[in-house]
Design a binder for this molecule. Sequence first.
Ligand code: COA
Length: 251
Amino acid sequence: MIERFSVKIKGKSVSILKGEDRKVFYIHSSGSDAKQWRYQLEKIGGYSIDLPNHGKSEGSEITSIDDYAYYVNEAIKLTCKSAVIVGHSLGGAIAQKFYLNYPERCLGLVLVGTGARLRVLPEILENLKVSPENAIDKILEMGFYEKTGHYEETKKKYLKNRDVLYLDLSLCDKFDLLDGYRDGRITIDAPTLIIVGREDKLTPVKYAEFFKNHIPNSELIIIDDAGHMVMLEKPEEFNSALSSFLTKILS
Ligand code: COA
């Protein structure tokens, strides 16, 4: 069973979905919310946050990926204390910052459809301001392998949250740890699972391979017939990869 509760961080309500009590903490992508991880909460358990300004969480001033990592750290302090962090896209950028800023709470990393740099197509960012529906169609076309119910549901969510989607994608566009990994200023020692859909056009397989080549204790799983939204598009394959990893880390 999945339950919802909230915690107070800096006086603001932050909403969290919880499955079975496990040290797993999920972070959603740009303009999305905690429900993005429903298939994982149902079968694997753990905690999934509605980041500030998303889902049922209250609004807060966010100006950087580090700000989001701060909220994640506070939420983990108030729930499972430490966790394997599972982050998708923007959430994967937050997961990397969480590891770098609060390594003592990070038991492992699962980097899903994300990258060490997350530049965004200029036409998407520009159009989100002037012609949001076109921009959102472009994101969805690039984001999903197939047009399923998840596609339409995500479209509604993005249209409703277009301002926060713009903020999130602007933060992604500035996120850049690529040279840090390359020249060794950034090292990740935590056990890391990298998951990507083979057909991901927003964060291509090349980004995942970069992680594999720069994170020593890492394993890469590429899931066929899936795009960027791999946890929704191929939940069984995704959960199988995540479960095997968690068995090694948390047992
Ligand atoms: N991991 C590994 N390599 C990366 C990388 C990452 N996270 N991000 C960029 N690179 C590589 C690129 O592949 C490229 O390599 P190349 O020169 O061998 O071709 C190089 O670094 C420069 O890439 P980038 O910084 O992205 O600049 P660009 O001017 O080539 O392209 C975009 C800019 C926006 C067109 C491109 O980043 C893109 O298509 N992004 C995906 C679409 C998108 O909007 N995604 C949203 C992510 S939230």
